[in-house]
Design a protein around this ligand. Structure first.
Ligand code: G3P
Ligand code: CA
Length: 280
């Protein structure tokens, strides 16, 4: 598999994998994203009760598996009893309590909860195929254990040496994102060379603060926030920060972000984004 070529335009990041085509946070979704030519894949990580980082977005497991419970109170062995890989309705926002059809394909690999180490194993099996954007979810619950375990895993798979990330085609092989400013600061303290993305929710005010004063490498607002004031992109660039924007799924949103010159475009539909960038 060739190394990623240099690209012009925003990096295309497949949100939870190619989730328009395969269940989120499954190897099937990540493989599909890589096959489509996405530059990177996004993955949410949470810590189990016994300290394992698993690729799960929600606090609870019921939306994406046939199990029940809160990830932080379950052991990995318990989570491995559940069948993951439930499909959600395509491209729509879904509610946490919505129970979705669980795939009944006898696919053990896709049915088992994906651990961060499982994902790292896949990504490093063919280095350079696809980069990683790892988001820590609610890391404050575990003191610094999430960041410590994340750093341990990245070192174990050769993606972090000293405080520097491995580079693929001249770019870091991974970055770490979080809505938690504390988590971003912890990662920077543990490994200052690691690129970090400060995710921004709906409020406008923190954006300006983060852009001007933060020590992160990039700022990550939602596309709706940028629509309210597109000048945030210029402000970020003037402050030396990249702009990584989520989650652009419509042609209009994708074109809007491309026209603004954002640095990374996070999408459930990497195929559509690549097509619109003439890379599909
Ligand atoms: O990439 C950032 C984006 O994933 C944040 O939203 O809820 O999908 O994790 P969420
Ligand atoms: Ca996420």
């Amino acid at each position: 598999m060739p190394f990623l070529p240099p690209v012009s335009g925003p990096e295309v990041v497949a949100h939870r994998g190619a989730t328009a085509e395969a269940p989120e946070h499954t190897l099937a979704a990540y493989r599909r994203a890589a096959a489509l030519g996405a530059d990177a894949v996004e993955c949410d990580v949470r810590m189990t009760r016994d300290g394992v980082l698993v690729c799960v977005h929600d606090r609870k497991v019921q939306r994406t598996s046939n199990g029940r419970g809160v990830v932080s109170t379950l052991r990995l062995a318990e989570m491995e009893q559940f069948q993951f890989g439930a499909r959600r309705s395509r491209l729509s926002r879904w509610k946490d309590d919505e129970i979705l059809a669980v795939t009944d394909e006898p696919d053990v690999e896709n049915g088992r909860v994906l651990t961060l180490e499982g994902l790292l194993e896949y990504v490093t099996a063919t280095p350079g195929t696809v980069r990683l954007a790892i988001e820590t979810k609610h890391p404050t619950r575990h003191a610094a254990r999430v960041e410590q375990e994340l750093v341990r895993c990245l070192r174990r798979y050769g993606l972090l040496a000293g405080d520097r990330p491995a580079e693929w085609a001249g770019k870091p092989a991974f970055r770490v994102m979080s809505f938690s400013q504390l988590a971003v600061r912890r990662v920077r303290a543990m490994a200052p060379g690691v690129p970090t993305v400060q995710l921004i929710g709906k409020r406008l005010r923190p954006v300006r603060t983060e852009l001007l004063a933060g020590s992160m490498s990039a700022v990550g607002p939602g596309v709706a926030l940028l629509r309210s004031d597109p000048s945030y992109v210029e402000q970020a660039h003037a402050a030396g920060k990249e702009m990584h924007v989520w989650t652009a799924n419509t042609a209009a949103d994708i074109d809007f972000l491309v026209s603004l010159g954002v640095d990374a475009l996070i999408t459930d539909r990497p195929d559509e984004a690549l097509r619109r960038l003439d890379r599909g």
